[in-house]
Design a protein around this ligand. Structure first.
Ligand code: NDP
Ligand code: GDR
Length: 348
């Protein structure tokens, strides 16, 4: 049975990747940050008690800022594959927490790579490593962006990802590590964090339709993104680590839509006109914006024999359906007298 170690298992991609790997017969180990409340909502449906002999998903406390903990985990788990999905992944937050983002999203990768290097040297085993690189690294570069496009990062987050990208390549070249960068363009789902724009929109659509919210405040409506489905993209991550030789890959749909177009479609699905509800609030503008990301992934998609299964229309539909149902559940609870906080955090 193959063993995988996932940093960021509690995130959107971590949860879909865990489902995929379990379905392929893997034993999956995930690193979870200690918090005062449980932060495992996205993977709770996969959890079995430790004492259950059929249990194949195991969680360990850890943090990308803690080298010694990462080293201990490698010894304990002895993984065949490591997927480094953990990160402070919010671009806007990275402007407020630049140093922390550099530490976790940048240096965290180096800590893990160095732990793998030592572990391999000592044990003689090979560990395959996946680095969650990002289309944000292209930043201001003209679309379409692909493997040969020079990076022009536009946020502390993107700069940290560029650092991790090159560390991954350097460990491959210097120490012969089996290490791959997957440069993934935006991918979304009903499990997307609620402060990313697509989910912020579909959550609002559900709540506005059910009468729980009246307005949706957004920032730059003209930004364009190449949006795919996270469930499809984790399959590409896995495929990357199954190839004979390690290399880097770009994963995208090859279609881009603006935030405005996403909102227009999402509201239209519940027979509403977005213009009646969406207002622009400059507090959501970024100090430096990434205007237009459109992936050219043709070569690497062929190399992996991978194509996205979910269209843009299906993605928006799935997210709206999910969030409409969630809003109906919230409404039922509120009508029954329960206090539900309709959360939103600061300037994200
Ligand atoms: P999420 O924000 O949903 O998940 C991030 C994960 O990282 C969470 O599990 C989080 O834990 C964990 N994490 C945060 N800080 C630390 C830390 N200090 N130590 C260990 N783990 C930590 O991101 P996604 O699932 O969307 O993305 C996965 C990865 O892919 C990220 O690295 C992201 O930057 C990258 N990426 C994402 C794209 C996308 O469109 N989704 C596109 C390209 C790249 P907790 O739950 O406790 O917060
Ligand atoms: P992004 O995702 O920055 O592309 O990073 P996000 O959804 O945050 O923003 C996309 C675009 O929408 C614009 N926007 C808003 N964004 C947010 N969050 N909130 C708003 O109210 C709002 N209004 C407009 C933004 O300005 C931006 O142009 C995501 C993350 O998952 C990264 O970790 C990942 O690397 C990249 O995708 C690829």
């Amino acid at each position: 049975m193959k063993k995988a170690l996932i940093t960021g298992i509690t995130g959107q991609d971590g949860s879909y990747l865990t489902e995929l790997l379990l379905s392929k017969g893997y034993e999956v180990h995930g690193i979870v940050r200690r918090a005062s409340t449980f932060n495992t909502d996205r993977i709770d449906h996969l959890y079995k008690d430790l004492h259950d002999p059929t249990s194949r998903m195991f969680l360990h406390y850890g943090d990308l800022s803690d080298s010694s903990g990462l080293r201990l985990l490698l010894e304990r788990v002895q993984p065949d594959e490591i997927y480094n999905l953990g990160a402070q992944s919010h671009v806007m937050v990275s402007f407020d927490q630049a140093e922390y983002t550099a530490d976790v999203t940048g240096l965290g990768t180096l800590r893990l790579l160095e732990a793998i290097r030592d572990y391999q040297k000592r044990t003689g085993t090979t560990v395959r490593f996946y680095q969650a690189s990002s289309s944000e690294m292209f930043g201001a570069a003209k679309p379409p962006q692909g493997l040969h496009t020079p990076f022009h990062p536009r946020s502390p987050y993107a700069v940290a990802k560029v650092y991790s990208y090159w560390q991954t390549i350097n460990h491959r070249e210097a120490y012969d590590l089996y290490a791959c960068n997957g440069i993934l363009f935006n991918h979304e789902s009903p499990r997307r964090g609620e402060t990313f724009v697509t989910r912020k929109i579909t959550r609002a659509v559900g709540r506005i339709k059910t009468g729980l919210q009246s307005k949706l405040y957004l920032g730059n409506l003209e930004a364009k993104r190449d949006w795919g489905h996270a469930r499809d993209y984790v399959e590409a991550m896995w495929l990357m680590l199954q190839q004979d030789t390690p290399r880097d890959y770009c994963i995208a749909t090859g279609e881009a839509y603006s935030v405005r177009e996403f909102a227009e479609r999402a509201f239209a699905l519940v027979d509403l006109d977005y213009q009646d509800y969406v207002e622009v609030d400059p507090r959501y503008f970024r100090p430096a914006e990434v205007d237009y990301l459109l992936g050219d992934a043709s070569e690497t998609r062929r190399a992996l024999d991978w194509t996205p299964k979910t269209s843009f229309e299906q993605l928006v539909q799935e997210m709206v359906d999910h969030d409409l149902e969630l809003a109906r559940q919230e409404k039922t609870l509120i009508d029954a007298g329960h206090q539900i906080a309709l959360k939103g955090v600061g300037n994200t």
